[in-house]
Design a binder for this molecule. Structure first.
Ligand code: SF4
Length: 455
């Protein structure tokens, strides 16, 4: 690899090491730099600076209370209109029944759904009270900022009051969905009925002000451009500087199955229908009718490799445009790069999370070398990503998670929703080091001391 295409990490490292922030231009450079592994290594270096070699996961149970939604976002495969045969709303009894089915050691119930006009603020207050009454130690992470705005609109209460009432009923934190891409023009195309990006940020700010921590997300790899992603990251970083209320950032790759966005925008710019059906193509003769190749030793010997035309050095070749222009979802390299750039630009976020359900276990494991330090949870029953084509299964046992993390020589740390460490797994001899949560801590340096060194 020549120096022209190798990323020189020092300028970025010196800014981040001194507590500075990367500029918009530097973020763009990292997004467009041909040395993907160099960008990943830089993100891994910065992640280790912030989180040592710890990789967090939690044990949680997802519940999607309804798929009825009035917003009808074009990228969404989950929603159904009211009256559709597949539309559903769970009763409180059904929610409690699902909550009973929590895995051992489950510390979180994660509840999100569509915007249904018949599910009122009272429904959620009763749901949270009942969950807390049946499971006093469980943390309820529920309702996107978009759902909070919807509850405010149908109840007539201001957002601050909705947040305060839900918190009083047992809501512990917000999961961070609905951010999509903040740019108004892209938003107008993919989710015109959804609240604006600015409103999303306003409500996240209000949640932080009433003491509710939130996550933040970004839906990428559809019709947005790199500059829209960078703009999104910079807006989140700015709000985090103001409130400090974000816990983790979760980049969400667009999944293209069963939604309108994929069918209205052609990934190649050509008419898909011109591809001839397979049966119209020239039919190959059956294998036994083809000329029989001479035995290997009779074939002409190819010229030695050095006689062949030498391809131009990589740095002279045109860099193909990133796949984000296509409406078929981001490539694996685009996903890894987005994790890495997010890690480096969001220097004031402690955690970058890969939602393994959307990207699969293998890419999730690789992401741990590109700045990701959280693999979400064991997640029982997930509907939203699966309706858009996620194929990674909807449950991962804790042992599988441990294996993924150990496979990249990092240390699994079971956490609760607020990133208190419940259990460290540094090889078999260290299992249960934090005594099943009795000595829980979210101080990374304290964890180093407990583990007797730099984990
Ligand atoms: S993404 Fe959310 S708000 Fe949009 S249609 Fe789907 S459920 Fe509704």
């Amino acid at each position: 690899m020549t120096s022209k295409i190798r990323l020189e990490p020092e300028p970025y490292q010196s800014i981040l090491e001194s507590g500075g922030e990367l500029s918009q231009q530097q973020a763009m450079e990292l997004y467009l730099h041909p040395d993907l592994h160099g960008v990943g290594a830089l993100a891994d270096w910065f992640n280790r600076l912030k989180n040592k070699d710890l990789v967090f996961f939690n044990i949680n149970r997802h519940i999607n209370h309804t798929n009825i939604c009035i917003n009808k976002c074009s990228f969404c495969s989950f929603f159904r209109e009211s009256g559709h045969p597949d539309a559903y709303e769970l009763s409180l009894d059904q929610i409690l029944q699902k909550a009973k089915d929590m895995p051992d050691d489950c510390t979180e119930v994660h509840i999100v759904g569509g915007l249904s006009s018949s599910l009122t603020l009272t429904y959620f207050e009763e749901m949270f009270r009942a969950l807390r009454s049946n499971h006093p130690d469980i943390h309820i992470q529920a309702l996107t900022v978009v759902e909070i705005e919807h509850l405010s609109s149908i109840s007539g209460f201001p957002v601050q009051e909705v947040l305060a009432r839900l918190k009083a009923a047992g809501l512990g934190s917000l999961p961070g969905g609905g951010a999509e891409i903040f740019d108004p023009e892209i938003r107008a195309q993919i989710c015109p009925a959804k609240i604006s990006g600015d409103r999303w940020l306003d409500i996240a700010r209000l949640a932080h002000q009433v003491g509710l921590r939130t996550n933040a997300t970004m839906l990428f790899g559809h019709i947005e451009k790199i500059e829209h992603r960078v703009d999104h990251l910079l807006k989140l970083r700015s709000l985090q500087n103001e409130t400090g209320g974000f816990q983790s950032f979760i980049p969400l790759p667009y999944l293209s199955e069963n939604n309108r966005l994929a069918s209205t925008i052609d990934p190649t710019g050509q008419d898909r229908s011109i591809t001839p059906p397979r049966q119209d193509r020239a039919i190959l003769p059956p294998r036994q009718d083809r000329a029989i190749l001479p035995p290997r030793q009779d074939r002409a010997i190819p010229p030695p490799r050095q006689d062949r035309a030498i391809p131009p050095p990589r740095q002279d070749r045109a860099i193909p445009p990133p796949r984000q222009d296509k409406a078929i979802g981001p490539s694996g390299s685009d996903i890894l790069r987005t994790y890495a750039v997010s890690r480096l630009v969001l220097s004031n976020f402690q955690h970058i999370k890969a939602f393994w359900i959307m990207i699969g276990k293998k890419l999730a494991q690789t992401s741990l070398l590109y700045g990701v330090n959280d693999l979400d949870g064991t997640v029982r029953e997930e509907n939203i990503a699966h309706s858009a084509g996620a194929s990674a299964g909807s449950e991962l046992c804790a042992d599988e998670l441990l294996e993924l993390v150990r496979g990249v020589n990092k240390t699994p740390a079971q956490r609760d929703t607020l990133y208190n460490i419940l259990k460290l797994y540094e090889g078999k001899q260290c299992e249960g080091k934090l005594n099943g949560g009795k000595n829980k801590t979210n101080d990374i340096d304290e964890v180093s001391e407990i583990m007797g060194g730099d984990p």
